[in-house]
Ligand binder design. Structure first.
Ligand code: NOJ
Ligand code: CA
Length: 532
């Protein structure tokens, strides 16, 4: 008998980028009262949890991923009372609320860092990573910032450098320091005590660096066509063994509460990622699996990715899949609008928790940003490589009214140029829309245990078709996705009776008697006769 699955196993997570979801006061920036006003939409979509990108006080050098107060709300987004109302109203609708937790670094304006940089003998000096200059008077070693340039910035007041994996405005905390751990545990408790259902933990693989500060070796795969930030292997700056003990500490803390979830953000190869479940699964419950984002969209490639991921999962570990987020090109731009529908079916029919990114449910594409409106520091600091993330963070187009119903004022980033037709209200009226497909897929996943908790079984790939089954307690469904742009014909899937859902939404209920024909980019979920 299967044990009862947790909400974060059966549920669908939806990422909100709060600046871009809904503005309530006309300043062109989304806020918490805006999210509150859209809770009915979210519950109608059928999702189970919202994850909010950071809403804490921040100078916004990295749009909230530079936190200057971990237990407050930035006035741009509202007040603590707005947040408490949001949690209460979300819970009233059976929606969970997951916060972004950013433990790797603070803002350079955080009082802890201001205190730390004051003097070498400051009681908080050791809360951050300070080092003497190298022998040549330059940075202590060759470590590079993810966002361009050296990972060290010189502080003239005390004559030392501080380390920052990201911007100079994002100094890294020193997780070897017990007081840092205690202070950050207090932060987690602050929010868990307010009913938050879990955390998405930012950049967990970056939490600790090599204690001996050894230089990173050159990256043999680097060439001048790649961003200079990739010129070195990150051997001594990411994925250090000490990380796991820190995550286990977070987990012990979260487990003292009921039914909370920890999700870890780490861009790592699959075999390395698995370590983040922790020894005896005492790490994060869901180390984000981003491998669909970069995967070549071909059936044999995806079949092998899923096989490897399933095979590498530690016993008892729960899988998860992500198609997009605020840091990566949108799925509709990566794959095109037709395959984005097949991708939606894939995401919502694989085994493991799916995380959706706001706007993907209406097939939003990356939005071109005119140079004078560029915001993202990554794109500005490392120009020429298309690294800027503004195109994937544009405002949600809600309807055909002024500024797509997002804001009464000028939005902080431009809307998608096709907003008059590509918006939530328009797709709500259109029976074959991407939004209708998402709603049906989410509802099906909820009503069909084979999809939410069933086992995964690969079915041998044929040409451009990706095929697999999901099985739970005698019920079996088969998923066939045509990832090519030609029609295909497949032998009649074993025991298939009828099409439950086609990505085109025009053959639902059609019985399957002979061979199965799929149009280009069409995916279907097939019902199969019950197993004895
Ligand atoms: C990962 C976040 O997703 C990204 O948006 C941010 O810039 C970096 N971590 C630094 O916090
Ligand atoms: Ca606002």
């Amino acid at each position: 008998m299967r044990s009862v699955a947790a909400w974060w196993q059966t549920g669908v997570i939806y990422q909100i980028y709060p600046r871009s979801f809904q503005d309530s006061n006309g300043d062109g920036i989304g806020d918490l009262p805006g999210v509150l006003a859209r809770l009915d939409y979210l519950s109608g979509l059928g999702i189970d949890a919202i994850w909010l990108s950071p809403i804490y006080p921040s100078p916004m050098a990295d749009f909230g991923y530079d936190v200057s107060d971990y237990t407050g709300i930035d006035p741009i987004f509202g007040h603590l009372a707005d947040f408490e109302r949001l949690v209460a109203e979300a819970h009233r609708r059976s929606l969970k609320v997951i916060l972004d937790f950013v433990p790797n670094h603070t803002s350079d304006r955080h009082p802890w860092f201001l205190e730390s940089r004051r003097s070498r003998t400051s009681p908080k000096r050791d809360w951050f990573v300070w080092r003497d200059p190298g022998l040549d008077g330059g940075p202590p070693n060759n470590w590079l910032s993810e966002f361009g340039g050296p990972a060290w910035t010189f502080d003239p007041t005390t004559g030392q450098y501080y380390y920052h994996a990201y911007l100079a405005a994002q100094p890294d905390l020193n997780w070897r320091n017990a007081d840092v751990r205690a202070a950050m545990h207090d932060v987690m408790r602050f929010w868990l005590d307010r009913g938050v259902d879990g955390f998405r933990i930012d950049t967990v693989h970056h939490l600790v660096e090599d204690a001996a500060f050894r230089g990173n070796p050159p990256n043999p795969a680097w060439h001048p066509g790649l961003p200079p930030t990739l010129a070195l292997e990150r051997r001594h700056t990411i994925d250090q063994p000490e990380v796991h003990e820190i995550l286990a500490g977070f987990r012990r803390l979260a487990d003292a509460y009921d039914a909370r979830v920890l999700i870890g953000e780490a861009y790592l190869p699959l075999d390395r990622l698995m370590a983040y479940y922790g020894a005896e699964l005492a790490g994060v419950q869901l180390p984000f699996n981003f491998h669909l984002i970069g995967a070549v969209w071909r059936a044999p490639v995806l079949a092998e990715l899923i096989r490897r991921y399933e095979a590498l999962l530690p016993a008892g570990a729960w899988p998860n899949w992500v198609l997009g987020n605020h840091d990566r090109s949108r799925v509709a731009s990566r794959l095109g609008p037709a395959q984005a529908r097949a991708a939606a079916m894939l995401l919502l029919s694989l085994r493991g928790t799916p995380t959706l990114y706001y706007g993907d449910e209406i097939g939003l594409s990356d939005v071109p940003i005119p140079p004078e409106r560029v915001q993202d520091p990554w794109g500005k600091n490392v120009p020429g490589f298309g690294l800027g993330r503004d195109p994937v963070r544009t405002p949600m187009p809600w309807d055909g009214t002024v500024n797509a119903g997002f804001s009464a004022g000028e939005p902080w980033l431009p809307l998608n140029p096709d907003w008059p037709t590509r918006n939530i209200a328009a797709q709500e009226r259109e029976p074959g829309s991407m939004l209708a497909l998402y709603r049906k897929l989410i509802a099906l996943r909820r009503s069909e245990p084979a999809l939410s908790v069933g086992d995964y079984g690969a079915i041998e790939a044929e040409g451009s078709a990706l095929r697999y089954e999901r099985v739970a307690e005698g019920a079996r469904v088969e998923i066939c996705l045509n990832l090519g742009d030609e029609p295909i014909e497949l032998v009649r899937p074993r025991d298939a009776t009828h099409i439950v859902l086609s990505t085109f939404l025009d053959r639902n209920g059609e019985s399957v008697a002979g061979p199965l024909r799929l149009r280009p980019a069409e995916g279907v979920v097939l019902a199969c006769a019950r197993q004895p």
